[in-house]
Design a protein around this ligand. Structure first.
Ligand code: GLN
Length: 415
């Protein structure tokens, strides 16, 4: 006689940067190898109240810094669609576990693309909600002005069900929005008839593999056949997104990660003989190369003399990009783009080239810079080639519309 909840009995996995009381939370870092969660993150409590079974923590890029699932201290995650290839990152294990059928849904975090991009590379659905829609209490911070928890699931409907459970105000998170949460699955089959969808021609001309461009143009045709109007738009500032993000995100990361000082949390070097050595040795031993690179870059961008030239400039560019996107939504209801500029590449192929790696998120970063939601939907079914996804971006709090449009594409590509 008791309602068991909308996710009753559903096995769910969590990216290992979310607290689950009395169990480890490593952030895939040596720094937190032996760290035990003192409480449970709000999102996880909500999943459990809805009846979900938390069955696993998943591998990730160290502290969510990476785009390929290869920077984890515990070793890389493989792509279930082709184990020689990357699964995308940083929520690599969450996307791989869903794609492989090990769980029916997983949570990830998305600061620059880390839910949508691995979901796309593994052939699953992934959503990054509006900044502030989902609580971050109990989720390890990377870049606090952009971090957002998102959901990964095999279908649009399942993704909507999970977001329904985790979205909504939390007084324990100062950035949490006080908004009504609509019923995301209601009207899901409503289609795209009458919607205007923007296709940013200039943005998808640059740096995109031709095969992917064809698939995105194909998705635009499918939307048109389903009754949407496709409008070619121009978003000329998008190409500065990656540069702006990698200053803003690293600056915030350098501040957030200052708490790992060898005293309060995590690894404390046994070789240290005094306070200065405790800081320096613990951080040298605890963090991997990508995390160190970010801390150094971010510290540099925030240091006096460079603050105006880099940090402030990046913030200005961020504001311009947000304004550009906002303006586009005066003309169109939604914008489509690729999820990533390339197909999943081979493990090890780009790990020595951080700039190439940073470019993987060129299509997902603008949502984080401007706070708007984005969802990625697979266009290539298993057995028909490497996964490629289309991304839908919508105005702030347009999740319901995004799910409906995403479902329309999913339906068009069902065999
Ligand atoms: N790949 C991007 C980065 O490395 C985004 C990561 C994320 O969204 N957490 O910063």
């Amino acid at each position: 006689g008791k309602d068991p909840g909308p996710l009753s009995g559903i096995p769910v996995a969590l990216k290992d940067n979310m607290l689950y009381k009395d169990t480890p939370m490593t952030c895939a870092s040596r720094m937190l190898e032996n760290y035990i969660s003192p409480y449970t993150a709000e999102v996880v409590s909500r999943l459990e109240e809805a009846g979900a079974l938390i069955v696993a923590k998943t591998n990730m890029d160290e502290f969510a810094m990476g785009s390929s699932g290869e920077t984890s201290y515990f070793g890389p995650t493989k792509n279930p669609r082709d184990p020689e290839r990357i699964p995308g990152g940083s929520s690599s294990g969450s996307a791989a576990a869903v794609a492989d059928g090990e769980v029916m849904a997983a949570l990830g975090t998305d600061t620059g693309g880390s839910v949508r991009q691995p979901a796309a590379m593994c052939g699953t659905v992934g959503i990054k909600p509006t900044y502030g829609l989902v609580s971050r209490r109990g989720v390890a911070a990377f870049a606090s002005s952009m971090d957002q928890v998102g959901a990964i699931a095999p279908s649009v409907e399942d993704t909507a069900l999970v977001l329904q459970v985790i979205a909504g105000h939390d007084p324990g998170d100062s950035t949490s929005l006080k908004v009504e949460i609509p019923d995301y699955t209601e009207g899901l089959e409503g289609g795209v008839e009458g919607l205007t969808v923007g296709l940013p021609g200039d943005w998808i001309e640059k740096g995109l593999e031709p095969g992917i461009r064809e698939k995105i143009e194909g998705a635009a045709v499918a939307l048109e056949e389903a009754g949407a109007r496709i409008e070619r738009i121009s978003l000329p500032l998008m190409e500065y997104g990656v540069a702006s993000y990698y200053i803003a995100a690293t600056a915030e990361a350098s501040a957030n990660l200052a708490r790992f000082d060898g005293i309060r949390y995590g690894l404390s070097s046994v070789k240290a003989g005094n306070l200065r050595e405790t800081y320096s040795f613990s951080r040298s031993e605890g963090f991997g190369p990508e995390v160190k690179r970010r801390i150094m870059l971010g510290t540099y961008a925030l240091s006096s003399g460079y603050y105006d030239a880099y940090y402030i400039k990046a913030q200005k560019v961020r504001a311009m990009i947000s304004a550009d996107i906002k303006k586009a939504f005066e003309k169109v209801d939604l914008i489509i783009s690729p999820a990533a500029p390339f197909e999943p590449f081979r493990l090890g192929e780009k790990i020595q080239d951080p700039l190439q790696m940073y470019l993987i998120d060129m299509y997902t970063i603008p949502c984080n810079l401007s706070g708007i939601p984005g969802i990625t939907v697979p266009l290539v079914p298993p057995g028909k080639g490497l996964p490629v996804s289309v991304q839908f971006m919508g105005p702030l709090l347009s999740e319901k519309l995004l799910f409906r449009a995403a479902r329309s594409i999913e339906r068009a590509y069902e065999e």
